[in-house]
Design a protein around this ligand. Structure first.
Ligand code: ADP
Length: 167
């Protein structure tokens, strides 16, 4: 069987939490499409192209994983791709309410699409893109939280945003 899953998110930027879900999710399906959301209400630190580039570099060791831009509704993207599942990650309790609501709404919009959840690993349970950005903005070491390809630009961007500059 040719099983396809879509892992949607904003990945602003990708963290080792996302990569843990991607690595484990990829073992469950034949093809895992990481869908980088464009038109959400969030204010992004990185452009769509940057978020895709970081992800592409980070997922290159994983077979069967590809990265795509997603412009509209998740259920439409899933349908057009002929995917079987939506994959999401769950941390502690903080994600539950939002994920529960989203899975329910997606089921209403497209009953044939099943959402599957992977519970975060112990190492990445507390990790979020938001915290990684905050730590980087204050000059902290984020090398345990996000791939090396993200770090230089993340530091520059956050320092500039917080008005700290580098000189
Ligand atoms: P969104 O903007 O949809 O919240 P994110 O890019 O922040 O997207 O996250 C995408 C998915 O990855 C979500 O299901 C989120 O719960 C999950 N996720 C994010 N960080 C982690 C983590 N540290 N461990 C497990 N899952 C995570």
């Amino acid at each position: 069987m040719n099983r396809i899953a879509v892992y949607p998110g904003t990945f602003d930027p990708v963290t080792f939490g996302h990569l843990d879900i991607i690595r484990r999710g990829a073992l469950l399906v034949d093809r895992l499409v990481v869908a980088v959301a464009v038109n959400t209400e969030k204010q992004f630190l990185f452009t769509t192209q940057e978020r895709i580039r970081f992800l592409e570099e980070a997922v290159s060791p994983f077979p069967g994983v590809e990265v795509c831009q997603m412009d509209g509704l998740l259920v439409n993207f899933v349908r057009e791709l002929g995917a079987d599942f939506v994959l999401r990650g769950l941390r502690a309790v903080s994600d539950f309410e939002y994920e529960f609501q989203m899975a329910g709404m997606n089921r209403k919009l497209s009953p044939e699409v099943e959402t599957i959840f992977l519970v975060s690993g112990e190492e990445t349970m507390f990790l979020s893109s938001r915290l990684v950005k905050e730590i980087a903005g204050m000059g902290g070491d984020v090398s345990r939280f996000t791939p090396a390809c993200v770090i230089p630009e993340l530091g520059r961007r956050m320092m500039a945003r917080l008005g700290r500059g580098s000189g």
